[in-house]
Design a protein around this ligand. Structure first.
Ligand code: TNX
Length: 571
């Protein structure tokens, strides 16, 4: 408890050791390719502008970059929109056009073993300046020297989220095929500036960026975190701040666990008592809360501007006590249960044999789908211990069809594996033993996986026996345990190309405040983010802990709580 209190109170001064120069490889998650050029460091001048082309999404990234840099630098940093690319201290460039149809795109370098090997050799080491022997380093970027800001080597290969960041003595240029790529490049630039850039008031510092070139893109398309807002409710402001934490580490999905036994948190116009009755409780007896449609839209908009997709979860057919208190007609005995504020699971369910239940499911999912621009709807499916066999699979199959009817793609916890395949469906695997033949079989039938192994990625697990909050049913998860596993090989019989990505869930039975959310997230969330983003060849615990250490002063400066994990050499 003392550590938690301290984590919430840490000030910048307590952690800010004399700033060590940031090295080009000191980025989390580790970039695919890093080519430092120690002769090409850049210092941001006070009269710098952010230059960007006319694309509205790219302009938004430029505005974000300016907003990010203004508080600490105190510089005006106007955003200048230009139709032709120029040079300057800060330039964001969107690749003009995709290759015309029929022109084969170059094979992505991530599939080339030598490139990947090169990335591993280059990740965050002190001797990254020596590129002579690394065959891979030249494969993607070899035609553009570090000093060549205009080089487009690799530009056609950056894909939906990749970027190229080049630092020369005259400026920083970020280029990408998409605004999302520019946004990720901006987060890399943020980490390359001194930690004081996180200050909300002006700091007298030299804003030096290490010279060289980074070419980067993700290993997996889905990288996320989950916040359980049902067991304890978290208001809009807390959720927006969590989105900021995701964006820092290039996580692109926020899964909101919106419903459970202890509270229903999303307003549904056609079933209003879900929130007026079902939203008024939480674990421990607090008064709960819920999001109105307007609240939820605000979260979705804020996330979109940070290139984060919101994934709403309506947990069915179990974990539904809050819904049953509001609508007893859904209960198997048609009797309203008392509100539930404990932490047991598996006792509640909507009646899978009643047509009224499917009216409810269809109405709720249609409204949630209409609020959700992203492609996913998560239907839960976990721990419905009292709905067995064909009753369970029949319910899931019918609910999968309802989701398809909304135009969304279904995600469910891996308990839905035995149900029939639905086009595109995704299983979120939270097992603790990678030998899972039922899930492997569902993958053979076409399912893809999001990996959230309980004993590596569950951020509600304690770090150590003395962690003041959290569970330990899946074991203790220190930073190394969060980091040391491979999503590409974790589940036996599931090939890497069936893995959509990774997600770190935070269940909140014992988590009650934003500071506690941050304490459980940090520093483990960046570990999961690196597994989702970085090439496997860059996986290296010794280097990761060193790169991560530099983030302590950043969080402290930004007023973000975190656990001072003893495994990390904090400055
Ligand atoms: C299992 S993981 C649950 C949740 C609990 C969690 C606590 C999953 C899909 N279900 O209902 O909150 O354990 O760690």
């Amino acid at each position: 408890a003392a550590e938690l209190a301290r984590a919430a109170e840490l000030t910048a001064g307590e952690l800010l050791a004399p700033p060590a120069p940031v090295r080009l490889g000191d980025v989390v998650p580790a970039p695919e390719q890093v080519r430092p050029d120690p002769t090409a460091d850049f210092t941001l001048p006070a009269d710098a502008a952010v230059r960007v082309g006319p694309d509205p999404d790219a302009r938004e990234v430029a505005e974000e970059l300016a907003e990010l840099l203004r508080p600490a630098t105190g510089y005006p940093l106007p955003v200048v929109v230009e139709t032709t690319a120029t040079d300057g201290p800060l330039v964001l460039t969107l690749a003009a056009a995709m290759p015309p149809a029929g022109v084969p795109r170059p094979r992505p370098a991530a599939e080339d073993a030598p490139s990947v090997a090169g990335a591993a050799d280059l990740g965050g080491t002190a001797d990254v300046g020596d590129l002579g022997g690394t065959a891979g380093a030249g494969d993607l970027g070899g035609t553009a020297g570090a000093g060549d800001l205009g080089g487009v080597a690799g530009a056609a290969e950056l894909g939906a989220e990749g970027y190229r960041l080049a630092v020369t003595p005259t400026g920083v240029r970020i280029s990408a095929d998409t605004a999302t790529g520019l946004f990720h490049g901006m987060q890399t630039l943020r980490q390359l500036l001194p930690a004081a850039v996180e200050s909300l008031s002006p700091v007298a510092a030299r804003w030096v960026v290490p010279g060289g070139v980074i070419v980067d893109r993700p290993r997996f398309p889905y990288r996320g975190a989950m916040l359980d807002v049902s067991r304890h409710f978290f208001g809009v402001a807390d959720v927006l701040r969590v989105i900021d934490h995701l964006a820092r580490y290039k996580l692109n999905h926020l899964h909101l666990h919106l419903t459970d036994d202890q509270g229903w948190r999303i307003a549904v116009d056609s079933w209003p008592a879900l929130t007026t009755v079902g939203g008024a409780t939480e674990v421990g007896g607090g008064s709960g809360g819920f999001y109105t449609g307007a609240d939820y839209r605000r979260i979705v908009r804020y996330a979109a501007r940070r290139h984060v997709t919101v994934v709403p979860e309506i947990d069915l057919p179990g974990h539904t006590n809050a819904a049953l208190t509001a609508y007893p007609e859904l209960a198997p005995d048609r009797v309203a249960p008392p509100p539930y504020t404990g932490t047991e699971v598996g006792f509640s369910y909507v009646d899978p044999a009643s047509e009224r239940t499917y009216d409810f499911v269809a109405d709720v999912l249609a409204e949630v789908a209409a609020l959700t621009p992203g492609p996913w709807l998560h239907i839960g499916g976990d721990e419905a211990f009292k709905v067995k066999g064909a009753a369970y699979t029949g319910f899931v199959e019918r609910t999968q069809r309802i989701v398809a009817g909304t135009g969304k793609t279904v995600i469910g916890w891996h308990q839905i594996a035995p149900a029939g395949h639905a086009e595109g469906r995704v299983l979120q695997w939270w097992g603790t033993d990678g030998a899972d033949p039922v899930v492997a079989e569902a993958v053979r039938r076409g399912a893809r996986l999001i990996l959230s192994p309980g004993n590596h990625a569950y951020l509600d697990m304690k770090y150590a026996p003395d962690t003041p909050i959290g569970h330990d049913w899946a074991g203790l998860i220190d930073v190394r345990r969060a980091y040391d596993w491979d999503p590409g090989t974790h589940v036996t019989g599931v090939p890497a190309d069936a893995v959509l990505g990774v997600e770190a869930p935070l269940w909140t039975e014992s988590v009650t405040t934003l500071a506690e959310v941050e304490f459980m997230f940090l520093p483990r969330l960046p570990a999961i983010a690196e597994l989702g983003w970085s090439p496997r060849s860059a996986h290296d615990w010794a280097r990761f802990r060193e790169r991560l250490a530099g983030h302590g002063p950043r969080w402290a400066t930004a007023g973000i709580a975190f656990h001072r994990a003893p495994e990390i050499p904090w400055p």
